[in-house]
Design a protein around this ligand. Structure first.
Ligand code: FE2
Length: 196
């Protein structure tokens, strides 16, 4: 596996997020507020994500785990979207920050309901950061906003997100279905390889 030239950015991000979640009295609000500029700084330069973690799948979007806090207080994930790929309507159940590294994302937002009630949509361009949480609004459907290009976003969640039971919602009936997303990879990046 190659070591990208900007690997320090990922290492520093992991270090700074670890400090944040270790602060006594850290809350969802404080983590979202303090984590947002850290994620913005991480995605401001696209030179640190190894190609292994930016590979699209021909049939569906993929998520690669980049780092999981040993106490599972947070995880860092790359989402890779092929042209036309999108998620179902889903929730998160924990706080999350979403930053676009490459390309663009379109998110449709929903309030809880039967079926979920559309409340708007937003487009995130490269360099932009958005937040989700059970208190801010937690239900959305996300798509690659670009019809002919792979998009990549970096997400941080307040748990080992690939192991969290969450829900998808049928767009017509609103019927919830529990899912656990898992991860596409079984190897992680190594931004601590300082001899490279
Ligand atoms: Fe999401």
């Amino acid at each position: 596996m190659t070591t990208p030239p900007g690997q320090d950015r990922l290492r520093h991000f992991i270090r700074d997020m670890t400090r944040l979640v270790s602060e006594p009295g850290a809350t969802e609000d404080s983590l979202l507020a303090a984590g947002r500029p850290l994620l913005a700084a991480l995605i401001a330069t696209d030179d640190w994500l190894a190609p292994d973690f930016a590979q699209p799948h021909p049939a569906h979007y993929v998520q690669y785990l980049l780092h999981c806090d040993p106490l599972e207080r947070f995880s860092v994930v790359s989402f890779v979207w092929g042209p036309g790929q999108r998620t179902p309507i889903h929730d998160h159940t924990v706080w999350g920050l979403i930053g676009v590294l490459r390309g663009a994302e379109e998110a449709e937002l929903f309030a809880p309901g039967t079926p979920p009630v559309p409340t708007g949509h937003e487009r995130l361009e490269a360099g932009m950061v958005d937040a989700v949480s059970p208190t801010l609004g937690d239900i959305h459907r996300v798509a690659n906003a670009l019809p002919d290009t792979v998009s990549v976003s970096i997400h941080v969640y307040g748990a080992n997100i690939g192991a969290v039971p969450r829900h998808t919602f049928d767009p017509v009936t609103g019927a919830p279905k529990t899912f656990i997303s898992g991860y596409a990879n079984d190897r992680l990046p190594n931004p601590w390889r300082l001899s490279a």
